[in-house]
Each structure stands twice: as structure tokens, then as C-alpha cells.
Design a protein around this ligand. Structure first.
Ligand code: NAD
Ligand code: UDX
Length: 488
């Protein structure tokens, strides 16, 4: 008897079957949006982690992303599936996305700089091992330029002599806005080999996105340009943050106001209005990793001036984080030993629970070094996640900080208990809820003088000064730039 043909929710045969390897911040949301917009395509997201897949199959998704659960629920069980049957789903698919993590190497050649593409290679080996028909393999992960070559070579040694086409389709979503970024992307980039087979594969992937993305926003290039463009896009964005952060230091030294300077820049449409918010420093799993990767690639190619140019973006970011910690210590009379300091926000930006490379961790480490007692409140970050990040990125753990973390690095479940009895508050993530707290109540519960250090420039500095706080922030004079604030 012939095998039953799988049908889509609409009753027809599936046009295509997609398998995505990696159910993380990129794999989950991108596939949910493809499934939502392409009911005639079957999308299955697979992962090595059973826990991760179980969470995707529940209403407690493994990541916090506004609007994501609603999008997942529209298609889950219809044409969107989450599974650990990696072999079965690879064998069944026409298109396989590789969307696994590519973190900075922690050991060996290029440690601390090069991206580790071990997981991508393992995916390619698995595909080569289990595929019995030809497939389009899509690099969705951010990878060093020429990774498509490595992936192709690994695929080409498959036992069945099957032909694969490798495409580069980097993802540009930002966390916290992943769903709108995916629903109405600024552009979709698809790179492939410029051969008849490569061009046909590009067209197949274009036809998937064309379900909801206007054709003129789908850019096609050669595969290497696509790989390079992803690294460069992140480098340019991070460069803007470092540029405005460098100017914040100048503003503090001259009584200029960096918010006013950014605003003046934004009116020049050659400069543009985005990514000009001075901050305690950029974080996240991409900017630092991808720039370090770019720097490493340039160094490896002997392009030392190019490498040094981009490395400066990272150096400026380190400087900004250190400068913020230094401001806290110096403004609190050069000692914070045993002082309670409330940390408002640990995620690397608002609307995500992601803490990778968060500037908040660096400030916490610096303040712990001064023996402050830190209490951290973040609406989406648990103590376990916070401690994992402190350990992974900064090697702050029970062995390196003996007898300290249980007493000096605790978490609170609400901002009021977090601030009670504190000498100072550091606002390190721009969560909207911080703007509407009852700061009179918070002030009354704090030790005096009560300090606020705004690392995100989101607070109403004038109102805080009126309540009685001493307010400091990035890129502004004392008093948060309030003209009638306390004199310097
Ligand atoms: P992540 O750590 O959230 O998820 C990666 C997932 O891949 C994990 O669940 C892991 O278990 C799984 N995995 C690892 N090896 C596997 C294998 N061999 N088979 C199956 N599953 C495997 O990572 P992420 O944030 O989703 O990033 C993925 C890639 O996308 C990275 O290259 C990253 O640079 C890039 N990227 C990330 C973002 C972002 O905002 N996070 C944006 C654009 C691009
Ligand atoms: C980034 C890119 O924006 C996205 O296109 C890419 O796919 C992944 O990397 P993400 O890291 O999720 O996205 O967030 P993003 O909004 O870019 O912010 C990165 C960091 O820069 C955050 O810590 C943010 O707070 C900081 N930032 C951003 C500033 O400090 N000032 C700004 O003006 C903008």
C-alpha cells in the first residue's frame, strides 16, 4: 500500500517541507513567522535539547519575546511542529535551516575572538549522514565568511552521492522586537552560488519569503557577500552605539548634554535617527561576538588596520561600562563597601530575558569587587540565569568570589523591596515599568543621600531631583542635566 500523502491544514499537499536545526532566539521565532505566513509549507523546528522542545510545545516558551506565543499558537500542531526527531525531520525536509549558536571560541586558536562554528559543522555532518534526497541547506546562523564552503565540503562526503545547495540567509531580527522585525523585515538577504543550481535554490527560498515580504525587499547576492553583510551590519550598528557613547564622555566633561547632541544629529537624514541612544554599553549575544569575529577574520587576512579600526568599537564599549561603575563609586564618596545598591535591570535590553554579554553583569562585577551588597530586580531574569551569565562571561562564581554571592548578589521579585534600605539605584536596562514606579515611596525607603544612576537615560531626572534624589547619568552633568539640580 502506498504511504499516505501528508496534507496541509487547507487539505492540499504541502508545497515544501522545512526543517530548522536549533530552537533558540532565532530558530523559534523565524520558523513561527514562516509557518504563520505559509500555511502550505510544513515547518518543523528540531533541537538537541528535549527541555527546549518541551517548552516550545507548551505555553511557557523557552524565551520571552512580546507577541511570540500568539504567533506560535496560530500554527503549532497545524503546520508548525517542534521535535527532537532530528534525523527523521532532516530526511523529510526539502529545505534545512541551520540556526544553531555560534559563540566566541573560549579555547584554542582564536580563543576570545573567532566564532566557534562547531555546531554548524555538526549539523552539516548530521545532514550528510541521514539525507537520502537532495536538499537546500540554509545558513541562518551568523558565521565567518566562507563557512558555506566548509558546510558544502562536509555535505559533499555523504554516502549516497547526494547533491546539496548551500545558501546564506542571515537573520537581522533584534530581540524584544523579533516578531515585528520578522513580519515586516527591512530586507531579507539570500546569498547563493551563481550557478544554475545555486540560482534555482535562491529562487526556491525567495518564493518562501515572497509569501509575505515584498519582492523588492528580498535581496539576492553571491554567498560570500551575504555572509560578510551580516557581520558588517552588526559592526555598523554597534559602531553607532560606541560613537555616541564616546561623545557621552565628552559631554560629561563639558556640561553638554548627550541627549541634546543625539537629537541634533537625528535631524540630519544622512546620519539617520536610530541607534544614537547613549547607554551604559551595548550587550547581547551578537554585537561583541560578531565584531570580534570580523576582527579575527581581518587579522587572519593580514588586514591589521581594518582589524584595529573595528576593535576600537569593542574597546569603547569596555570603557563605557567601566566608566559607569567608576561614576557610581566616585559619586558615593569613593566607597561602596557594605552599601546596598539596587540594580534595576539585568537583561541586555528591554523586552527580553536574554542576559548574554549584558552590560549589567559587568557593572555588577565591578561593584562586587568594591564589596557592595547588590540586590538585582529584573522582570524577566531569574537568579539562576543571572548567576549563569556572571559565571560564563565574567568568571564570577562561588570559587572566584568565595562566601560572597549568597550575601552580596541577591535578587528581588519587586522593585520596591529591591530598593528598600539601598544607598543607590543603578538603572541598567530600559524596562518601561521603571519609568512609572512610585519614586517618592522608593526615596522614603532608602538610606540618604539617595542616589540614582541612570545608565539608560529613561528616568524623569527633573522629578527625581525634586523628590530629593542625587541623580547622575551618562552624558549629562550632575542632576541628570536638570538646570536647577544640585551644583557640581
Ligand atoms: P540560541 O543559543 O538561542 O539557540 C541555539 C539552539 O541551537 C540551542 O537551543 C541549541 O540547543 C541548539 N543546537 C546547538 N547545536 C545543535 C545541533 N547540532 N543540532 C540541533 N540543535 C542544536 O542561539 P540564537 O540566539 O538563536 O542564535 C543562533 C544563531 O543566530 C547564532 O549564530 C547567532 O549569532 C545568530 N543570530 C542571533 C540573533 C539573536 O538576536 N539572538 C539575531 C541574529 C542572528
Ligand atoms: C542586534 C541587531 O540589531 C540585529 O539586527 C541582529 O540581528 C542581532 O543583533 P540585538 O542584539 O537583539 O540585535 O539588539 P539591539 O537592539 O541591536 O541592541 C543591542 C545592544 O545595543 C543592547 O544592549 C542595546 O541596549 C544597545 N543599544 C542599542 C544602545 O545602547 N543604544 C542604542 O541606541 C541602541
Amino acid at each position: 500500500m502506498a504511504a499516505a500523502v501528508e496534507t496541509s491544514a487547507g487539505g492540499g499537499e504541502y508545497l515544501l517541507k522545512i526543517c530548522c536545526m536549533g530552537a533558540g532566539y532565532v530558530g523559534g521565532p523565524t520558523m513561527a513567522v514562516i509557518a504563520e505566513n505559509c500555511p502550505n509549507i510544513k515547518v518543523t523546528v528540531v533541537d538537541l535539547s528535549q527541555k527546549q522542545i518541551d517548552a516550545w510545545n507548551s505555553d511557557q516558551l523557552p524565551i520571552y519575546e512580546p507577541g511570540l506565543l500568539e504567533v506560535v499558537k496560530k500554527s503549532r500542531g497545524k503546520n508548525l511542529f517542534f521535535s527532537t526527531d532530528i534525523d527523521g525531520m532532516i530526511a523529510d525536509a526539502d529545505i534545512i535551516f541551520i540556526s544553531v549558536n555560534t559563540p566566541t571560541k573560549t579555547h584554542g586558536i582564536g580563543a576570545g575572538r573567532a566564532a566557534n562554528i562547531k555546531n554548524c559543522e555538526l549539523c552539516a555532518r548530521k545532514i550528510a549522514e541521514v539525507a537520502t534526497t537532495s536538499k537546500i541547506v540554509v545558513e541562518k546562523s551568523t558565521v565567518p565568511v566562507r563557512t558555506a564552503d566548509a558546510v558544502s565540503r562536509v555535505l559533499s562526503v555523504n554516502p549516497g552521492g547526494i547533491k546539496f545547495q548551500v545558501l546564506s540567509n542571515p537573520e537581522f531580527l533584534a530581540e524584544g522586537t523579533a516578531i515585528p522585525d520578522l513580519e515586516t523585515p527591512g530586507r531579507v538577504l539570500i546569498g547563493g552560488m551563481q550557478t544554475p543550481e545555486g540560482l534555482a535554490a535562491i529562487e526556491t527560498l525567495v518564493s518562501v519569503y515572497a509569501h509575505w515580504v515584498p519582492r523588492e525587499k528580498i535581496i539576492t547576492t553571491n554567498v560570500w557577500s551575504s555572509e560578510v553583510s551580516k557581520l558588517v551590519a552588526n559592526a555598523f550598528l554597534a559602531q553607532r552605539v560606541s560613537s555616541i557613547n564616546s561623545i557621552s564622555a565628552l559631554c560629561e566633561a563639558t556640561d553638554a548634554d548627550v541627549a541634546e547632541v543625539s537629537n541634533a544629529l537625528k535631524f540630519d537624514d544622512r546620519i539617520g535617527s536610530k541607534f544614537l541612544n547613549a547607554s551604559v554599553g551595548f550587550g547581547g549575544s551578537c554585537f561583541q561576538k560578531d565584531i570580534l569575529n570580523l576582527v579575527y577574520i581581518c587579522e587572519s587576512l593580514g588586514l591589521n588596520e581594518v582589524a584595529a579600526y573595528w576593535e576600537q568599537v569593542i574597546i569603547m564599549n569596555e570603557y563605557q561600562k567601566r566608566r559607569f561603575s567608576g561614576m557610581v563609586v566616585s559619586r558615593m564618596f569613593n566607597t561602596i563597601t557594605d552599601k546596598k545598591i539596587a540594580i534595576f535591570g539585568f537583561a541586555f535590553k528591554k523586552d527580553t530575558g536574554d542576559t548574554r554579554e549584558t552590560a549589567s553583569a559587568f557593572v555588577c562585577r565591578d561593584l562586587l569587587d568594591e564589596r557592595a551588597k547588590l540586590e538585582v530586580y529584573d522582570p524577566q531574569v531569574s537568579r539562576e540565569t543571572m548567576l549563569m551569565e556572571m559565571d560564563y562571561t565574567l568568571k564570577v562564581n562561588d570559587a572566584t568570589y568565595p562566601n560572597m554571592l549568597d550575601s552580596n548578589l541577591v535578587t528581588a521579585t519587586d522593585p520596591y523591596s529591591c530598593a528598600a534600605g539601598a544607598h543607590g539605584i543603578c538603572v541598567l536596562t530600559e524596562w518601561d515599568e521603571f519609568k512609572s514606579l512610585d519614586f517618592m515611596r522608593i526615596y522614603e525607603s532608602m538610606a540618604k543621600p539617595a542616589f540614582i544612576f541612570d545608565g539608560r537615560m529613561i528616568m524623569d531626572h527633573e522629578a527625581l531631583v525634586k523628590i530629593g534624589f542625587e541623580v547622575y547619568c551618562i552624558g549629562k552633568p550632575r542632576g541628570g542635566g536638570v538646570r536647577n539640580g544640585p551644583a557640581n
